[in-house]
Ligand binder design. Sequence first.
Ligand code: NDP
Length: 283
Amino acid sequence: MGFLSVLTGSFSSPADDNPTVAMMEAAYEAAGLDARYLNVDVSSADLADAISGARAMGWVGFNCSMPHKVAVIDHLDQLAESAELIGAVNCVTIHDGSLTGHNTDGQGFVEAMREYRHPGGTHIVVLGAGGAGRAIAVESALAGAARITVVNRNAVRGEALAQLVADRTDAEADFQPWTSRYAVPSSADVVVNATSVGLGDDQALVDIDPDSLRPELLVADVIPNPPRTAYLRAAAQRKAQTLDGLGMLVAQGAIAIELWHGVNPDRAAMRSRLSEVLGLDSP
Ligand code: NDP
């Protein structure tokens, strides 16, 4: 019997509204792992010290969320391939004092999506080109999507993402400026809202033509809270399959646990705890 737990956690600011700790500790409990996940509020000015502290204390890794996803890169020894392409890191592994940056957000999306559709050969429309949009577009392309359409208000950001996918992956990519109500094209297999529209507001609806959400589409959202967004409700009304942001949140956390501990965590236990702490009716 030992008394020294394996340490992991999250660095972000603000941190008090981040429910990740609840689902990660639920996974540790379910797996019988003597590991802890600490939710830590770390300012930008303190990021370097926090990382040195994690290394000094023998943490096996940590997540980073806003505002550290790009800034953390300066403190790492190497980047996994997709994190390098995406240009952002949300998960760091520490092995023999060496820090490697990963991005599990897009991988989490692809894992959640696989329950409904295999990404191979699909045409995926990504609404948004911020951190979540970049991660989803790049990982979907690396997972075999044939075409990625990036739709964004800010043309510079949107064009840069489409160019990145076209230059660095095997997928075709195009950019559509989001200047008026967007209609999802008939060639699309999947459309994902990767904007922040809907976060904390179950009435906010992205500016798309709801009648373009056909029954054949998989309609996905990154918004974890509230998970039943106006966009997903509009899709369900039109008989499209829907995938909420909790699926991606659970999967990106589960992939982090696999990287840190080499175990395959119980995703149902993670989702159930998350639903509980978010006050949702059912997992
Ligand atoms: P960013 O700030 O990097 O990007 C925000 C994106 O949303 C930009 O593309 C922006 O467009 C777009 N946007 C914002 N408001 C509007 C609007 N009114 N109409 C159209 N587009 C809009 O944020 P992130 O990408 O980091 O995060 C986006 C969301 O993803 C957040 O809500 C976050 O909670 C969620 N998320 C969920 C995860 C999960 O596991 N479920 C993981 C990571 C993030 P523009 O460039 O034109 O300004």
